[in-house]
Write a protein that binds this ligand. Structure first.
Ligand code: NAD
Ligand code: ZN
Ligand code: ZN
Length: 336
C-alpha cells in the first residue's frame, strides 16, 4: 500500500510502498477514505514536543474509512462498517481515568500517528474498541476533520463550562478554531475570532463570529477589552504569546482553555492577576469516544459546517508548507 512515512524527525515525508498491516488481536483493518491533516502531524514530523515519536512512522489521527477485516476477538465492528480512527488509538480501559470517563488522560494510552502508525496511508489497523462509528449522514470528507479538530474543540469548550450569553475568544481560526467558533455559537455565546490572516477572519465572519481581530494589525488585548472582555478563551494558535494575550483578555472569573501545543513550550502568567481576578487555566486534550459520537451526531443534524479541501497524499510536504504559511481554508484532507 501507499503510505506517507516520516523517515526521521525534521526530514521531509516520503511516499513509500509498504505492506498492508494485518489486523492483530482486537484490531480492525480499515481501508482509509479520508485522512485529515492536523497541525499536530506537523509537530510530530518535526519532533516539536517534549515527548517525541519514534521514526520511521506514519502520521495521521483523523482517519476515516471502511473496515475490511477483523482480527481475533474484534467483535464490535464488522467488514463494511465506516469508522473514524482518532488520536486516542487505545487506552487501558480500567485505570481510574478510564473508568471515570477521562480515557483521554489514561497513562497507558497509545496515540494514532504518533505512538502507533496512523492514517496517512491506504490502510491502517486500529483498536476495535477505540474506533468510532461514523453516521451515514456524515461524509468521510467531513468526518475526518471532526475526528480531531471537531472533538478537541467541542471538549475544550465543555471543560471551560461556557454558558449561554457569555463571550468567548477563539484564538487561531484554523482546522480547530473554525469548529470551536461553531460549538461556541451553538451554546449561545458571543464569539470573538482572533487570527493573523485576513482570509481566516473572513471565514470566521462567514461562520458567525461577532467580532474579528487581526492580531498582526491590532492589539488583541485592547480590542477584546473594548468589547467588554472574554469569559472564556480557547487558544488553538501554537504560540505562547497568544496564550498570554488570551489570558490577559479574560474578565474576572474567566477561563483559559489551552489547546494549541507550541514547540516553544512556556507561557508567562501573572500570579497576581490569576488570584485577584479568580481566573482559571485549563489544559484540554482531544475528547473521548463519547464526545466524538456527540460531535458526529451534531454534524449529522446539520448544526456544524466543515470547511475542508481535498489533497493527494503525494503532495503531503507541500500541504505541510501550506498549513505553516496559514494559507489553508480551515482543513486539508487527503482522500484516496
Ligand atoms: P492550524 O494551522 O489549522 O490553525 C492554526 C491557526 O492559528 C491558523 O489559522 C493560524 O493563522 C493561526 N495563528 C498563527 N499564529 C497566530 C497568532 N499569533 N495569533 C492568532 N492566530 C494565529 O492548526 P490546527 O490543526 O487547528 O492545530 C492548532 C494547534 O492545536 C496545534 O498546535 C496542534 O498541535 C494543537 N492541537 C491540540 C489538540 C489537543 O488535544 N489539545 C488537538 C489537536 C491539535
Ligand atoms: Zn489533531
Ligand atoms: Zn486507562
Amino acid at each position: 500500500m501507499k503510505a506517507a512515512v516520516v523517515p526521521e524527525l525534521g526530514a521531509k515525508l516520503e511516499i513509500q510502498e509498504v505492506a498492508v498491516p494485518e489486523a492483530g488481536a482486537g484490531q480492525v483493518l480499515v481501508k482509509i477514505e479520508a485522512a485529515g491533516l492536523c497541525h499536530t502531524d506537523i509537530h510530530a514530523a518535526h519532533g516539536d514536543w517534549p515527548v517525541k515519536p519514534n521514526p520511521p512512522f506514519i502520521p495521521g489521527h483523523e482517519g476515516v474509512g471502511v473496515v475490511v477485516a477483523t482480527g481475533p476477538g474484534a467483535t464490535l465492528h464488522k467488514p463494511g462498517d465506516r469508522v473514524a480512527i482518532p488520536w486516542l488509538g487505545s487506552a487501558c480501559g480500567h485505570c481510574k481515568y478510564c473508568v471515570a470517563g477521562w480515557e483521554t488522560l489514561c497513562e497507558a494510552q497509545l496515540n494514532s500517528g504518533y505512538g502507533v502508525d496512523g492514517s496517512y496511508a491506504e490502510y491502517a489497523v486500529a483498536d476495535d474498541r477505540y474506533v468510532v462509528d461514523v453516521p451515514d449522514a456524515v461524509s468521510s470528507l467531513d468526518a475526518a476533520p471532526l475526528t480531531c479538530a471537531g472533538v478537541t474543540t467541542f471538549k475544550a469548550i465543555k471543560v471551560a463550562r461556557l454558558q449561554p450569553g457569555e463571550t468567548v475568544s477563539v484564538v487561531g481560526i484554523g482546522g480547530l478554531g473554525h469548529l470551536a467558533l461553531q460549538y461556541a455559537r451553538l451554546l449561545g455565546a458571543r464569539v470573538i475570532a482572533v487570527d493573523v490572516e485576513d482570509a481566516k477572519l473572513d471565514l470566521a465572519r462567514a461562520l458567525g463570529a461577532d467580532l474579528t481581530v487581526n492580531a498582526k494589525a491590532t492589539d488583541p488585548v485592547q480590542a477584546i477589552a473594548e468589547y467588554g472582555g472574554a469569559d472564556v478563551a480557547v487558544v488553538t494558535a501554537a504560540s505562547p504569546r497568544t496564550f498570554e494575550q488570551a489570558f490577559a483578555s479574560l474578565r474576572r472569573g474567566g477561563r483559559l482553555s489551552c489547546v494549541g501545543l507550541p514547540a516553544d513550550d512556556k507561557m508567562s502568567i501573572s500570579v497576581f492577576d490569576t488570584v485577584l481576578s479568580g481566573k482559571h487555566i485549563i489544559g484540554s486534550i482531544v475528547g473521548t469516544r463519547h464526545d466524538l459520537t456527540d460531535v458526529f451526531a451534531l454534524h449529522a443534524a446539520g448544526r456544524t459546517k466543515v470547511i475542508a479541501e481535498r489533497r493527494r497524499l503525494e503532495d503531503v510536504n507541500a500541504c505541510f508548507e501550506e498549513v505553516l504559511a496559514g494559507h489553508v481554508p480551515a482543513r486539508l484532507v487527503f482522500t484516496f
